[in-house]
Design a protein around this ligand. Structure first.
Ligand code: GLN
Length: 534
């Protein structure tokens, strides 16, 4: 097994996750089998309890792991098969070490950061290795910035790990920032030098330095970085700001042949990558011939990262239909004050994403009503499905005051409510209905057609509340179509409206299963319908 460790220097938000994912793409195109994972130094056991304002989207894996949004990039950029094991935090490490101590596993020893905590980190790397016997390369991204106190133990563990498995099997890649000082008209390499010095202090010598830069990297600067950072000049790689789409990142990194450099460091034989399919996907993204306007009506709208996978899924589906997505991000509370017509009167599709808590829900209900009554394509995801159900109950079935018990515990018509197994749960971590489950599609539904007439599908979940089965008959009698139910519990998974060009809402999160050149079928159908609408 070969290992790549990706660290970051100088500042956060460098695109380290995209760099790691892009290297994964390039190595896969060289015929290698890769696995990606992320180690995050924060103390939360997982990001599931963090607010989107803190952390952006929580990306859910098949096995129900709640992870960092970078794992979304990993899944979209590669075929890496990710699980709980591929998302590690200091919280998990300390939880295990302290539990081991209580269980008497270190009996007699003083439990210490080194070796007990570092050993635990290393054992996770060994576990990933064991579980992926046919993988050629495991790429591990380390969250945070070199020099952070909390990341230190991870770096120390990696240093030791490289010694254990042999330096020839490990490639350290440091992603750093090359700022341009406008007044001096110069690119500055000093922050990079200092950040690499910090790494070397710990005993890690990077093999490759990836420089995030707004400008091209000239020969002089490459030589300078190489000399001060003790790497070969050709191993100083430029990672430019991409113009149009993040899917250009692998193509940009290929300009300096980062994939070949990695293979040289690791002694891996592999083919020159053929990126033509990836390139044609990028071309379709960059120069589409049509355009459609989609409103995403949510709560964390000012934050780009909060609905990352939804935005990516729209873009990917747009590429399939040769269509640019003109995305309008709408704060649901705005609809409460100005009315739906004024805010979303001109769009060709309305998407309501997942969410928690009452704020903005009445605005979302108005948006769903507007979409239903004006026959504008509607796509509801998780909370967006619950909203559509509430709206239908109130305005079509005349169930005044219908609501979710999440927002109104005293509602006379709890059309969305807690399932029995969720009642009484008070802990917040990993206590929702999480991960992939099998659902059955009813033939003759529109969803059945979209999924290519598959009878059963697997989709990922992250929610507590459910469509209340006590109201199913009444809502169906009024025209609501139940298009899918979960195989095991019979829970409602997809609702649709018949007399409407496109009204589909899912209790699960389809946005976690879109990949370039392989959009999710509901996203694809939604974009097609919105094109027809416009
Ligand atoms: N808040 C809702 C629930 O817990 C919806 C969750 C979501 O949209 N992810 O059921």
């Amino acid at each position: 097994m070969k290992y790549i460790f990706v660290t970051g220097g100088v500042v956060s938000s460098l695109g380290k996750g995209l760099a790691a994912a892009s290297i994964g793409t390039l190595l896969e195109h060289r015929g290698l089998k890769v696995q990606l994972q992320k180690f995050d130094p924060y103390l939360n056991v997982d990001p599931g309890t963090m607010s989107p304002y803190q952390h952006g989207e929580v990306y859910v894996l098949d096995d129900g792991a709640e992870t960092d949004l970078d794992l979304g990039h990993y899944e979209r950029f590669t075929h890496s098969n990710l699980s709980q094991l591929n998302s590690l935090s200091s919280g998990q490490i300390f939880e295990t070490v302290i539990q081991n101590e209580r269980d008497g596993k270190y009996l007699g020893a003083t439990v210490q950061f080194i070796p007990h905590v570092t050993d635990e980190i290393k054992s996770r790397l060994h576990l990933s290795t064991e579980r992926n016997p046919d993988t050629d390369v495991i790429i591990t991204e380390i969250g945070g910035t070199v020099g952070d106190i909390e990341g230190h133990l991870f770096l120390e563990a990696l240093r030791q790990f490289a010694l254990d498995v042999g330096n020839e099997n490990v490639c350290f890649i440091h992603v750093t920032l090359l700022p341009m000082l406008k007044a001096a008209g110069e690119i500055k390499t000093k922050p990079t030098q200092q950040s690499v010095a910090k790494l070397r202090e710990i005993g890690i010598q990077p093999d490759i330095i990836i420089c995030r830069t707004e400008h091209d990297l000239d020969d002089d600067n490459r030589s300078k970085i190489a000399m001060f950072c003790n790497v070969k000049k050709q191993n100083v790689v430029a990672f430019r700001d991409v113009k149009d789409t993040i899917y250009e990142c692998p193509i940009d990194l290929r300009r300096d042949k980062v994939d070949r450099l990695v293979c040289d460091v690791l002694g891996l034989e592999s083919d020159t990558p053929d990126l033509s399919k990836w390139q044609s996907f990028v071309d379709r993204l960059v120069k589409p011939s049509q355009k459609t306007t989609i409103a995403v009506v949510g709560k964390y709208i000012e934050l780009n990262d909060a609905y990352k996978s939804i935005y990516e899924s729209l873009t990917i589906a747009g590429a399939e239909h040769d269509t640019a997505i003109n995305l309008i991000k709408i704060d649901a509370e705005e609809i409460e004050t100005l009315g739906a017509e004024a805010v979303i009167g001109k769009v060709s599709g309305i998407l309501i994403p997942g969410g928690f808590g009452e704020r903005g829900t009445e605005g979302k209900i108005l948006a769903a009503q507007y979409a239903r009554e004006n026959k504008i394509p509607y796509f509801g995801i998780c909370l967006g499905m619950q909203i559509a159900t509430i709206e239908f109950a109130r305005n079509v079935c005349s169930l005044t005051g219908a609501n979710s018990t999440e927002f109104d515990k005293e509602t006379p018509h709890p059309v969305i409510s807690l399932q029995e197994e969720q009642q009484g749960i008070t802990t917040k971590g990993a206590s929702m209905r999480l991960g992939s489950c099998e659902s059955l599609l009813y033939p003759s539904s529109r969803s059945h057609e979209l999924y290519d007439r598959a009878d059963s599908i697997h989709e990922r979940h992250r929610h507590r509340y459910e469509f209340n089965p006590a109201y199913r008959e009444q809502l169906e009698a009024a025209g609501l179509i139940i298009a899918s139910i979960s195989k095991k519990e019979g829970l409602v998974e997809i609702i649709e409206l018949a007399d409407h060009p496109f009204f589909i809402a899912a209790q699960f999160h389809p946005e976690f299963k879109s990949k370039p050149n392989s959009p999710h079928p509901i996203f694809s159908g939604f974009i097609k319908a919105s094109l027809e609408h416009s």
